[in-house]
Design a protein around this ligand. Structure first.
Ligand code: ADP
Ligand code: MG
Length: 253
């Protein structure tokens, strides 16, 4: 449903994206992994309309996306930025209200806030607390929930696990699967390649502005080059295909 074709983005002399093509099918989790500076954020920013491509196209349901970020949000494509970027001086609830700026009905707005509190009860407990006083993990949850307030069809997540302790990282990935089960399509950018590959339906590897590998999460987890470059150790878990299958079915369940 979301299709990026031959996309080029430059910042002056720096070519950040050099002909990137990818597809995000409806209902899927698609991961993009790649090192620092590979162009991951630029790709999400291009989809959101925050940077203008010099060449290429981005289509949503076979139609070119409008240029204006706010029209793109109204179509249902919502980005949760890298580094959380919640409003630190606003309360948790006020942050959520900001995320629901496209909603004109007070009733719908309150229903959505209630939905977020159900999804992540810790936010309810802290609803009157200033965003900036939350822990890093809670701020990330808030940033994701703020994005969900716009009722997205596609959620673009930029490094949601960055800088979080391992337990919280797991919590974030659980939340991502929960959001997928709510029917939201997810494009996930991550440096935590192992986790990102283990929960996704399909993945792309971005290296200095180009897609160098693509495949299912399992395929990439079992690829020796990917393993050496991004997973930090040699492949072991692929030797038992049944184990890989059971991990996959757990994901789906
Ligand atoms: N606003 C900007 N101005 C100039 N160069 C930028 C800007 N944003 C990103 N870049 C450069 O573009 C390349 C891709 O950056 P980015 O998309 O942020 O990568 P990633 O998110 O994968 O770390 C990098 O070389 C980065 O230095
Ligand atoms: Mg980035």
């Amino acid at each position: 449903m979301l299709r990026v074709e031959n996309l080029y983005v430059s910042y002056g002399h720096i070519d950040a994206l050099k002909g990137v093509s990818l597809q995000v099918p409806e209902g899927a989790v698609v991961s993009i992994i790649g090192s620092n500076g590979a162009g991951k954020t630029t790709l999400l920013n291009a989809i959101s309309g925050l940077v203008n491509p010099i060449k290429g196209s981005i289509q949503f349901h076979e139609k070119s996306l409008p240029k204006e970020p706010n029209r793109i949000v109204r179509l249902g494509i919502v980005q949760v930025p890298e580094g959380r970027k919640i409003f630190p001086g606003l309360t948790v609830k006020e942050n959520l209200v900001m995320g629901g700026y496209t909603v004109s009905s007070r009733r719908v707005l309150n229903e959505r806030i209630e939905k977020m509190f159900q999804l992540f009860p810790r936010l309810r407990e802290r609803k009157d607390q200033q965003g900036g006083t939350l822990s890093g993990g809670e701020q990330q949850m808030l940033a994701i929930c703020r994005g969900l307030m716009a009722d997205p069809k596609v959620l673009l997540l930029d490094e949601p696990s960055l800088g979080l302790a391992p337990l919280l990282v797991n919590e974030i990935f659980q939340l991502i699967l929960k959001i997928r089960s709510m029917g939201v399509t997810i494009l996930l950018v991550e440096q935590n390649a192992r986790k990102a590959l283990s929960i996704c339906d399909f993945a792309y590897v971005l290296e200095t502005g180009s897609v160098t590998f693509q495949g299912t999460g399992e395929e990439l987890l079992c690829n020796e080059q990917i393993s050496e470059a991004y997973l930090g150790k040699t492949i072991q878990e692929c030797e038992d295909p049944e184990d890989a299958m059971s991990q996959k079915s757990k994901k789906r369940g």
